[in-house]
Write a protein that binds this ligand. Structure first.
Ligand code: AMP
Length: 395
């Protein structure tokens, strides 16, 4: 047995899970929130028992020290040397990485070069990694990139209709995100359907607060809805997804917004939150709003589902067919209403919904009928486990 930790560092947060491998047993999991803000929250769950501490955690280093102390205090490990490896979720690996890698000065330098492509996410990943490396210098560390799985996309899918020199000089292209989830879920879909992963066409709908769709053909990502950044594609919780780029000039002039103001609007004030007239970015609230006759909530819900259905249709075209569709992440796993609404558009693919199965929430289940031409499934994603598996494979 070896102990492996999966880590996901955000700018003010740190999510972790500790596994014993290869049994894949979760020994501890938790979250540090509001790092660098007053009243930070440290929560850890061991043996189903959750402990929450509110205190000031000024930076990631302090958060990591607190986490490691808690693992020892709670008997998860006896000493630090028991933690053999730490897998770090690193968002943007650019064109450098089509797979996870062992951390090294070279990997760190390459990752640093990708900061301009993900200015919010990559610095947090680095801070998280450096804090853990300091706290656990004898453990092996790995980088697991959100973008890596999509590096198999063909040029026709990743190039934008922009002057070529921007690709040449700055690597402006589609990268795609949620790669760990798309890979995990598409593999699991093939397993559950009893089909060889390298001979099957799958569309994965990762529908969470951030949402993206991926076309996986014969085990390789061939297209995905997020682009240079996680702003493109589906309508999300607060992100706009695809819009006419000329809207930016129009709104900028009308509202007097500069680039930073526009980006803030697109990332934080748009999506179903903006569409619902600021009611909520959470589908539980939107569905409740719809049920009580709120028109904007209904519009937001319909625009979201319609966009998902359009992407599924376009990826069925991109792969010249589809064998399986998998729903995952917060909305995909839990909202039967969203799934049913999306599937209403997909009858032309020979898909029929099993309404009883679709009522289930958060579990692995087929939601298409036995005679449906395309198998539709709900598959809970598990990015932490996927990171731990990648880490074990590497070290
Ligand atoms: P994620 O980003 O994958 O954690 O997904 C979070 C989102 O999932 C929330 O913002 C909600 O919109 C959605 N969600 C979670 N639980 C439910 C539920 N029971 N019904 C509908 N939507 C849900």
């Amino acid at each position: 047995m070896s102990i492996v930790m999966s880590v996901n560092a955000g700018s003010s947060s740190l999510k972790f899970q500790v596994f014993s491998m290869p049994e894949e047993k979760v020994l501890a999991k938790g979250l540090v929130e509001r790092i660098g803000l007053p009243d930070s929250i440290f929560s850890i769950t061991v043996d189903g028992k959750k402990t929450e501490t509110v205190c000031d955690i000024p930076d990631h280093k302090v958060a990591v020290d607190m986490l490691i102390k808690a693992l020892i205090d709670k008997g998860v490990v006896k000493n630090l040397d028991e933690i053999e490896a730490v897998g770090h979720r690193m968002v943007h690996g650019g064109e450098y990485y089509s797979d996870s890698v062992k951390a090294s000065p070279e990997a760190e330098a390459n990752f640093e070069k990708c900061i301009p492509l993900a200015p919010l996410h990559n610095p947090a990943g680095l801070v998280g990694y450096r804090s853990f490396r300091e706290a656990l210098p004898r453990a092996s560390h790995t980088f697991v990139f959100d973008t890596a799985f999509h590096q198999t996309m063909p040029e026709k899918a990743y190039m934008y209709g922009l002057p070529y020199e921007y690709y040449d000089k700055y690597k402006v292209r589609r990268y795609g995100f949620h790669g760990t989830s798309h890979s995990f879920v598409s593999k699991r879909a093939a397993e559950l359907a009893g089909k060889p992963y390298d001979q099957v066409k799958t569309i994965v709908c990762h529908l969470g607060n951030g949402a993206s769709i991926c076309a996986v053909e014969n085990g390789r990502s061939v297209d995905t809805s997020m682009g240079l950044t996680p702003l493109e594609g589906l309508v999300m919780g607060t992100r706009s997804g695809d819009i006419d780029p000329a809207i930016l000039e129009f709104v900028s002039k009308k509202e007097g917004l500069d680039i930073a103001g526009l980006m803030n609007m697109l990332n934080k004030k748009s999506g179903v939150f903006g569409l619902s007239n600021n009611l909520s970015s959470d589908f539980r609230d939107l569905e409740e709003g719809m049920d009580s006759g709120n028109n904007e909530a209904k519009t937001a819900f319909e625009v979201f589902c319609y966009r998902v259905a359009k992407y599924v249709g376009s990826y069925a075209a991109a792969m010249n067919g589809v064998d399986m569709i998998a729903f995952t992440a917060g909305i995909g796993e839990n909202s039967g209403t969203v799934r049913a609404y999306v599937m209403k558009y997909l009858g032309y693919l020979g898909i029929t919904l099993d309404e009883e199965a679709n009522k289930k929430r958060g579990e692995e289940i087929a939601i298409s009928t036995a005679d449906s031409k395309v198998k539709v499934m709900v598959i809970p994603t598990n990015e932490e486990l996927a990171i731990a598996r990648e880490t074990v494979a590497l070290v």
